[in-house]
Design a protein around this ligand. Structure first.
Ligand SMILES: *Cc1c(COP(=O)(O)O)cnc(C)c1O
Length: 427
């Protein structure tokens, strides 16, 4: 094999991979047309205008029909969707919420925003929450579990749901990174008590910003609807809601989706099946060829027996941090940058979370006098500490060509073989 690019050889690719923005890289005329219609119709607000285009509503209906979940509500962001979900569940001061150690800081951040305290659960070789570790972190103050399918890989939902049923607590699915992911044939975000979606730029489909919640439970949905819109429940008839405000209204916020966002995400939603099919095809071609060339190569495990991941990232677990650093540097030089998540650290190591610091007086809500105080220690989730810094992720864009896939296989093989030669991976 030829010389590594990092040592002066010719890079396996002449230019970098497409950016890791699956939805944005296929954005085009369709999104522009519908957004234009909303703008030229002078109707950017979803609930009233001179000439309503019902874009957010169309998005919700399309998501609901495809995912087989009756209630979907567009909101302003993924963070908003988590907050709305927890507020709908009535989670607040004095409650704990279990979150996985490997997630973006928005997940524990949303818990704190709801005045609850996040409790971190360790992960397994799927890089997602390990259902077998739930019991260890559970106590009677825990009111919900947030699961997060990281970078397109489904969570092992059956044992999570079984645990939650046994403890009578809710399950929130934070689908931000994995729109379209499936577990045993069902869409992620429709299996737990409530699903939370993001349409931010890095996510699978996007309008730059945006989010949604989904649930099968009308009572929960009504609370979400009210919380996201100042306690109001507009368009009650659309959902078959008949509760009088006098009895049911409570103080909410504004997390309403704009109809311009609705229009863009609606067109992106229609493209989702093709985006996922393309990413899965490239992912499988790369993974199976690498596995046959390097039988010892360890990939992130997909917990779904039907392989319901969306293919957006191939996770390669290397034997050491040192090997992973070298791998990522060499891959970048080959013009196929791979990366580790979150600077290699569990979410609880983010300074604000680790030091339990908020903008409020006395670091409310961390100051709640729990019977079992929530204490974060550096080493509390040993599997996360071990696996996060030695999992290299290769982003797989929906626009990869067969030639791209070929180059990725050749470049990755070249780099991996060099690690073998340096005895950084065992054969
Ligand atoms: C991006 C992300 C969020 C937050 O979504 P925003 O739309 O940026 O607010 C929440 N959870 C996870 C796991 C994410 O990756």
């Amino acid at each position: 094999m030829n010389k590594l690019a990092i040592e002066g050889g010719t890079p396996a690719r002449s230019k970098p991979l497409p950016p890791n923005y699956p939805g944005a890289v296929v954005m085009g005329q369709e999104e522009a047309d519908f957004a234009s219609k909303v703008i030229l119709g002078q109707s950017p607000f979803r609930y009233y205008s001179p000439n309503p285009q019902r874009a957010a509503e169309q998005l919700e209906d399309a998501m609901s029909a495809e995912m087989n979940v009756p209630y979907v509500l567009g909101v302003t962001s993924g963070t908003a969707s988590l907050i709305v979900a927890m507020k709908a569940l009535g989670i607040g001061y004095g409650d704990k919420v279990i979150v996985p150690a490997n997630t973006f800081l928005a997940t524990p951040g949303a818990v704190v925003c709801c005045n609850a305290v996040p409790v971190f659960c360790d992960i397994d070789d799927s890089l997602n929450l390990d259902p077998a570790a739930l019991e260890q972190v559970y106590d009677e103050d825990v009111k919900a579990i947030i699961v997060v399918p990281i970078l397109g890989n489904p969570v092992d939902m059956d044992p999570v749901m079984e645990f939650a049923r046994r403890k009578n607590i809710a399950v929130i699915e934070d689908i931000a990174q994995s729109c379209g992911v499936k577990y045993k044939g069902r869409y992620g975000g429709t299996i737990g008590t409530i699903g939370a979606f993001s349409f931010q730029m890095n996510k699978i489909i996007t309008a730059g910003e945006g989010g949604a919640v989904a649930t099968h439970d009308l009572k929960l949905f009504e609370r979400a609807l009210r919380y996201h819109d100042q306690g109001l429940a507009r368009h009650k008839a659309r959902y078959g809601i008949d509760s009088p405000d006098e009895e049911f209204a409570f103080v909410g916020q504004n997390y309403r989706m704009s109809d311009i966002t609705g229009a863009v995400v609606f067109e992106q939603w229609k493209k989702l099946p093709d985006i996922v099919a393309s990413m899965r095809r490239s992912h499988e071609a790369i993974r199976s060829e690498l596995a046959s060339r390097f039988p010892e190569m360890q990939f992130r495990r997909c917990p779904d027996p039907d392989g319901g991941h969306i293919g957006s990232n191939l996770g390669i677990i290397l034997p050491s941090k040192e090997a992973t650093v070298k791998f990522n540097q060499a891959m970048a030089a080959e013009n196929m940058g791979t990366y580790i998540l979150y600077a290699g650290l569990p979410a609880y190591r983010t300074p604000a979370i680790f030091h339990q610091r908020t903008s409020d007086k006395d670091n409310f809500p961390f100051n709640y006098p729990f019977k079992n105080p929530v204490v974060y220690t550096e080493d509390m989730c040993p599997v996360a500490i071990d696996l996060i810094p030695r999992t290299a992720f290769l982003p797989i864009a929906p626009t990869l060509t067969e030639q791209d896939v070929e180059e990725i296989i050749e470049g990755t093989s070249k780099v991996y073989q060099a690690l073998r030669d340096q005895q950084l991976v065992r054969q």
